[in-house]
Design a protein around this ligand. Structure first.
Ligand code: SAM
Length: 551
C-alpha cells in the first residue's frame, strides 16, 4: 500500500482500530528487519497510545483500569520493539531512552530488560548489562530463555573481568588458524594518563612501570572500513571510496551517540595542539555510569572540524595485524580508535598496535618506565635515515620532535662523513662496505651505548642485506658485529619489530638446519615475539605458529 493511501486509511479509522493496524504494520516491518520503517510506525503508535492514555486518565473520572492497563502494556512493548530496531541501527542512545521509558511502565518487562542488557553490552558497559540480565532472570519468561540469558551473563562476566585486568588471550584463535569470528574483546585502560607532551599537544603516559608485551589499552573503533584494494588506479579509487564510507560512518556514529560525539571532540585537529584541554581519563571508561550522563546533549561537531580530526587521527591497520587476522597483502583497513589517538609518534617508539576485529590493542614493545610517554611509530622508523623520516613526518603534517631525530640532526649537520655515506648508499655501494663504514664511523664519531642502536636502525637496510647473504657474510662477517648484537641494540631503542624477529628466526633456522635447538636463541625469539605481538599471544605454541616455527 502506498504512503498516501495508507494515510487516508489511517484518517478514516477510530483510535483503537488505528492502534491495532499500526501495531500489526510495525510488527511486520520489524520481522522483515526493515528497521527504519518500523521505527517510524512504532513512533506513530507510541504517540497515539500516549495521547489515548492521557485522554482516558484526564477525561474519565472513573477510568476503566483495564483499558489503561492494556494500553500501557502495548506501549511498553512498542517502546521495547522500537529500542530493538534502534539498537540494530546502532542508535544506542535512543535505544536506551526507549528501554528506560518502557521500564518506567513495567520495571521487570523481560523483553525490555534483555534488549537494554544487549544495548549496554554493545556500549561495553558490562556490569550494568549484567545487572539487567540478572533482573530479567527473575521474570517467569526467563525459564524459556534460560540458556540465552545465562550465555549473555557469562559473556558479560568474562568481558567485565578482561576490561578490568586487560588479560586477553588470542592463542586459541591463532592455533585454530583464525577460524570463525575474531574473539570478543573488552575495552581496557591500563595504568596510563593523558598529560601535556614535550613533543606536541597531549600524549599518553605510563603511570607505572610497564613490562614489554603488556597491554596498555584495548579500544573499540568508532568506525572502521575494510576491503581489498587491488593495485594501480583501481586501488586508489577503492581507497577513496573506503575513505568516503568511513567518513560517513563516523559522522553517523557522532550524530547518533552523545558519548561518541563528546569523545571525538576531544581529539586534535592538528591546530594549536598546545592549547588543547587535557581530558579526564574517566571520560574514556565505558562502564563509568556517571560519566555516561554527562554526555547527554553534547554539542554536535561541525563537518569541517570532524574532517580535520579524521585527517589527523585515523589509523590504518598495519601489516602485522593483517597477518594476525589472516589477511592478504592487498588488505586495507582504516578506522578511528579514540584513546589510541592520544599516542604521539616517536622514531624510538615503545608501543605497538595490533588490530583484532574492531579493537585496537596497544601493548608495550619494550619496557616502559613510570612517567615515560607512550609512543608508537606512525611510519617505518626502521631502515629510514633522518631525511626519509623527515619527509614521512611532513606527509603527516608535523616535524618530528623526538630525541632520535634531535640526536641525528646534530650528528648529521656536524658530520660530513654521514653525508658521504648516504651518497654512497644512493649510488648502491656494497652493503658489507656500507655496514663497515657505519660501524667504523661510529667509533670515530664517538657514538656510544644505546646511540649505536639509533644509527644501526637508520641504516638497517644494509645490515639486513649482509646478514641475509652468505656471500656477504663470508666477506664481511669478521669485520662487523654479529647479527645478534645488532638486533639487540636496535630493539633496545626502537622496540621489537617484525623484521628484527624474522632475521633472528631465519638465523636460527640456518644454524640448526631448520630446527630450533638452541634454548637461548629460542628465548631471544620469544622475547622479541612478545614485543611484536604482545602478551595477548600467551601460549608458546601460538607464538611459534605465528613465527612459522610450528606447522
Ligand atoms: C594522533 S595525534 C596525537 C595526539 C596529539 N598530540 C594531541 O594532542 O591530541 C597526531 C598529532 O600529534 C602531533 N604529533 C604526534 N607525534 C609528533 C611528533 N613526534 N612530533 C611532533 N608532533 C607530533 C602532530 O600534530 C600530529 O598531527
Amino acid at each position: 500500500m502506498g504512503g498516501e493511501e495508507s494515510e487516508k486509511q489511517e484518517d478514516s479509522q477510530g483510535p483503537s482500530e488505528l492502534l491495532q493496524s499500526l501495531r500489526s504494520k510495525a510488527t511486520e516491518l520489524l520481522l522483515r528487519e526493515e528497521w527504519e520503517e518500523s521505527i517510524k510506525v512504532y513512533t506513530k503508535f507510541i504517540d497515539l497510545s500516549r495521547s489515548q492514555i492521557s485522554k482516558l486518565c484526564g477525561s474519565n473520572p472513573d477510568p476503566e483500569p483495564d483499558s489503561i492497563h492494556k494500553l500501557r502494556k502495548s506501549l511498553c512493548l512498542a517502546l521495547c520493539n522500537r529500542a530493538e530496531a534502534r539498537a540494530r541501527l546502532r542508535d544506542f542512545s535512543e535505544a536506551m531512552r526507549d528501554c528506560d521509558q518502557a521500564l518506567e511502565l513495567e520495571s521487570t518487562h523481560f523483553k525490555t530488560l534483555i534488549c537494554k542488557g544487549k544495548v549496554l553490552f554493545g556500549l561495553s558497559k558490562y556490569s550494568s548489562a549484567l545487572e539487567c540480565f540478572r533482573t530479567a532472570l527473575l521474570d517467569p519468561q526467563a525459564s524459556d530463555n534460560l540458556e540465552t540469558v545465562t550465555g549473555y551473563m557469562e559473556k558479560c562476566r568474562k568481558l567485565e573481568s578482561q576490561g578490568k585486568t586487560g588479560a586477553l588471550d588470542l592463542s586459541d584463535w591463532i592455533l585454530s588458524g583464525f577460524r570463525g569470528r575474531s574473539p570478543e574483546l573488552a575495552e581496557f585502560i591500563g595504568t596510563i594518563e593523558i598529560k601535556k607532551s614535550e613533543v606536541s599537544g597531549r600524549g599518553l603516559f605510563a603511570a607505572k612501570n610497564i613490562v614489554a608485551g603488556t597491554s596498555v589499552l584495548v579500544t573499540k573503533a568508532v568506525a572502521i572500513e575494510r576491503g581489498i584494494l587491488g593495485s594501480g588506479e583501481s586501488g586508489e579509487k577503492a581507497q577513496l571510496i573506503m575513505w568516503k564510507n568511513f567518513v560517513e560512518d563516523v559522522t553517523e556514529s557522532v550524530r547518533k551517540c552523545d558519548r561518541t560525539c563528546r569523545l571525538v571532540s576531544t581529539l586534535s585537529t592538528g591546530q594549536d595542539e598546545d592549547k588543547l584541554e587535557i581530558p579526564e581519563m574517566s571520560l574514556f571508561r565505558p562502564d563509568d555510569g556517571e560519566a555516561f550522563e554527562i554526555f547527554r546533549n553534547s554539542k554536535n561537531l561541525d563537518t569541517e572540524k570532524l574532517l580535520s580530526i579524521l585527517d589527523v587521527n585515523s589509523l590504518v591497520e598495519d601489516a602485522t595485524s593483517a597477518k594476525v587476522m589472516g589477511k592478504n597483502k592487498e588488505y586495507y583497513g582504516v578506522g578511528l580508535w579514540i584513546l589510541a589517538s592520544f599516542i604521539n609518534h616517536s622514531c624510538i617508539p615503545n608501543a605497538r598496535r595490533l588490530h583484532v576485529g574492531d579493537y585496537a590493542i596497544v601493548h608495550a614493545s619494550r619496557d616502559i618506565k613510570a612517567g615515560e610517554e607512550i609512543t608508537s611509530a606512525y611510519f617505518d622508523v626502521l631502515s629510514s635515515p633522518l631525511e626519509k623520516r623527515k619527509e614521512m613526518a611532513e606527509s603527516w603534517g608535523f616535524r618530528c620532535g623526538c630525541s632520535r631525530c634531535k640526536y641525528e640532526s646534530v650528528l648529521s649537520v656536524t658530520n660530513q662523513e654521514i653525508l658521504e655515506l648516504e651518497m654512497g648508499l644512493e649510488r648502491g655501494v656494497d652493503a658489507g662496505n656500507a655496514v663497515y663504514m657505519v660501524e667504523e664511523g661510529m667509533k670515530r664519531w664517538k657514538v656510544k651505548g644505546k646511540d649505536k642502536g639509533l644509527l644501526r636502525a637508520s641504516y638497517w637496510g644494509v645490515y639486513d642485506e649482509i646478514y641475509s647473504s652468505e656471500r656477504l657474510m663470508r666477506r664481511w662477517g669478521r669485520k662487523v658485529p654479529t647479527m645478534e648484537v645488532v638486533v639487540d641494540s636496535v630493539s633496545d631503542v626502537i622496540g621489537s619489530d617484525e623484521r628484527l624477529l624474522k632475521m633472528v628466526v631465519e638465523g636460527m633456522k640456518k644454524k640448526s638446519g631448520g630446527g630450533c635447538s638452541n634454548i637461548a636463541e629460542m628465548e631471544r625469539i620469544l622475547k622479541l615475539g612478545k614485543g611484536v605481538y604482545g602478551k595477548a599471544v600467551s601460549k608458546k605454541k601460538a607464538m611459534k605458529t605465528l613465527l612459522g616455527l610450528e606447522s
